[in-house]
Design a protein around this ligand. Structure first.
Ligand code: FAD
Length: 235
């Protein structure tokens, strides 16, 4: 959009980014994109790209044909683990399964995008973020060097910049039983997710400084009871 070109986003889900930021924040971000002139086509899949020497149009699953000059494909990634077949290591669609210390098997450890580290509840998760790859690497290096069983305690964290707004996603925003929405102004939103009375995750729009506090609160398994007070007193 900054180049002045027309942009159409084709998205399978009803709203883009719901998996990453949660339903409510995703709706806000979709409105921000629309306000900046992005045409969102949701609940639609791409069926075909047409063209001769270069792409000329995108055909959707309902037959709609969108003329275009260029296509950017962003549809996710699949762990490349074929080379581990027959190794005896546990490899699923989630990736290389590791325990909470990064151990995948005897004398084998895994870090980064290709691995699914097991959480406290016994569920393996793949975190495709720079910060996760770095935190996991530090923990594995420590466990190898010190024959220890350290786990990652820092809350996962990823950021993005969209239409001049900083978006921070901290911790786990799935499986919550409580959601607090705090807003100091329309450009400044905090979605705080909690489970069993404890803060588990947050999606912050335009509040980078609150991100640091949220990471600390989540890692410290902070009760959500006084959250609004803490947030309003944050710098
Ligand atoms: C377009 C894009 C934007 C992103 N933006 C962000 C962002 O804003 N913030 C964020 O936190 N994260 C972002 N990420 C995710 C981030 O890049 C990854 O989480 C991070 O790079 C993972 O580090 P890694 O070391 O696990 O894997 P990688 O960085 O992918 O490194 C893996 C390396 O292993 C090599 N390799 C693969 N198979 C083999 C093999 N069999 N033998 C030897 N080498 C092999 C690969 O060539 C590669 O060099 C983005 C990713 C993409 C693609």
């Amino acid at each position: 959009r900054r180049l002045g070109v027309d942009v159409t986003v084709v998205e399978l889900e009803p709203v883009p980014l719901t998996r990453s930021v949660g339903d409510d924040a995703a709706a806000v971000l979709a409105d921000i994109a629309r306000a900046d002139g992005v045409h969102l086509l949701c609940g639609r899949a791409v069926a075909e790209l047409r063209g001769t020497t270069t792409v000329e149009s995108v055909v959707l699953d309902d037959g709609t044909e969108l003329p275009c000059d260029a296509v950017v494909v962003g549809v996710g990634a699949v762990p490349a683990t074929e080379w581990l077949a027959g190794s005896g290591l546990e490899v699923t669609r989630a990736g290389l399964i590791c325990d909470a210390t990064g151990r995948a098997g005897d004398h084998v450890w895994g870090v980064g995008d290709v691995c699914a580290w097991t959480d406290d509840a016994g569920t393996p998760h793949r975190h495709e973020h720079w910060t996760s790859a770095a935190e996991q690497a530090k923990v594995v290096a420590h466990n190898l060097a010190c024959d220890d069983k350290r786990t990652v305690t820092a809350a996962t964290y990823v950021w993005s910049d969209q239409f001049g707004r900083r978006i921070d996603i901290v911790g786990d925003i799935t499986g919550h039983d409580d959601l607090r929405v705090l807003s100091r102004n329309p450009d400044d939103l905090a979605y705080l997710y909690a489970r069993d009375g404890l803060l588990t995750g947050a999606c912050l729009i335009g509040q980078p400084r609150l991100m640091v506090r949220c990471r600390q609160w989540i890692a410290a398994r902070t009760p959500v009871a006084d959250l609004e007070l803490w947030v309003s007193s944050a710098p």
